[in-house]
Design a protein around this ligand. Structure first.
Ligand code: SF4
Length: 376
């Protein structure tokens, strides 16, 4: 859908001979197997194209769903091949053939029934509190995202506290649908497009002028994938990631904070690191909150490693997702920071869990919006 047949063919040709980005593929790093590297996946697709392998063989789906599709391999690619989009396209072929792992259908059913692929936990209660803070006719809409409503509702609670403290009228979609990002990454384009259109319709009906996304993946989906899935947001609508919006408030509204002395490290969510290239706004917000410059983790900006949830990994291969989170948290520990801050509830959820499971003490994990909200 997103690559032409010629681009797919060239990408398979390019990747199947190439070890250039092996080191940047988190699954290859975890498994130590070339099969789960960009080259291995391209060889799998080459074998399928030439009838050496059959799509029906269970190993095919197993290989193609063990990929974070987080954009990191391409970041190292001198040939600028879009390996991730190739993998997402091949997942779509598996979905169409009815050969995708069970978790894909399960995620779609849950999204259609409950609006999120994750267990709600106490997120439902937090979302009800958020709805209660809404002002009818407000021009600012907050899109909490599935992670904000379930995996890590602390981000949503913090946003509501901040908006109330600053007396900013706001509202939410009720019910808020999943934006479809997990389904797009899992190759279920039909349901992803359905969700995207549902979100567009509800936003149009709400007649708001601005949307602030708490989650980096939702922001990427609304700004970079909706149109290509046939979903049109209202003309003139400004869609922000919360880090950009916070930075704009600091600049335009002259928000100031008492600076904190803590040493902080910043983890770039993949969607901000590579797909939307928002490296600076979260760092600018941190600069207004802390006296020291944020410490950079090994692999930062465009080369940041994934927190573990890229490519729908938490839904299909949770053990790999958690191992990636553990590794990323360990990289953050090496900075010696007291606080590890990220800018997405999904990353905050995975990295907090990694911290809870770590044997050694490490930086306390927080979402950027939590720190801002605490500081007002
Ligand atoms: S994405 Fe680029 S660097 Fe990675 S295997 Fe393919 S051609 Fe090589």
């Amino acid at each position: 859908m997103f690559l032409t047949d010629e681009e797919k063919k060239l990408t398979i040709e390019g990747c199947r001979f190439c070890p250039m980005c092996f080191h940047a593929d988190t699954v290859a790093g975890i498994t130590h197997r070339e099969t789960y590297s960009p080259r291995g996946r391209a060889l799998t697709l080459f074998a399928l194209e030439h009838g050496v392998l059959k799509w029906e063989e269970p190993a095919v789906a197993e290989v193609l769903y063990k990929s974070f599709t987080d954009g990191l391999p391409q970041e190292w690619c001198a040939g600028h091949y879009d390996h991730d989009e190739l993998i997402i396209d091949s997942r779509h072929r598996l979905v169409e053939k009815g050969l995708a792992p069970e978790g894909v259908g399960r995620a779609a059913s849950r999204i259609l029934e409950t609006g999120s692929p994750y267990d709600p936990g106490n997120g439902e209660e937090v979302f009800r509190e958020a709805l209660a803070s809404s002002t009818s006719g407000a021009e600012l809409l907050v899109f909490a995202g599935c992670a904000g409503r379930s995996l890590y509702p602390a981000s949503l609670r913090a946003m509501v506290k901040l908006l109330k403290a600053k007396k900013i009228p706001h509202r939410f979609l009720d019910p808020e649908p999943c934006c479809g990002m997990p389904l797009y990454q899992l190759g279920d384009f039909t349901h992803a497009a359905q969700q995207a259109k549902k979100v567009c319709q509800q936003i149009a009906e709400a007649r708001v002028r601005e949307v602030v996304c708490l989650d980096a993946d939702c922001f990427r989906m609304l700004t970079m994938r909706f149109a290509r899935l046939g979903a049109q947001l209202p003309e003139g609508l400004r869609v922000w990631h919360v880090s950009e919006w916070l930075n704009s408030m600091i600049v335009k509204e002259k928000w100031t904070f008492e600076k904190r002395p803590d040493q902080v490290a910043y983890h770039d969510p993949s969607s901000l690191a590579r797909f939307t290239r928002l490296h600076e706004p979260p760092r600018a917000v941190l600069a207004s909150l802390f006296s020291g410059k944020p410490l950079e983790i090994f692999g930062n900006g465009g080369k940041a490693f994934c927190c573990g949830d890229g490519g729908g990994m938490l839904l299909i291969n949770p053990e790999i997702a958690r191992e990636a989170a553990r590794r990323r948290f360990e990289q953050a520990c090496h900075t010696g920071a007291a606080l590890l801050i990220t800018a997405s509830p999904t990353c905050a959820a995975l990295l907090s869990e990694a911290r809870a499971e770590a044997r050694t003490e490490g930086p306390v994990v927080r979402d950027l919006i939590e720190i801002v909200s605490e500081s007002v």
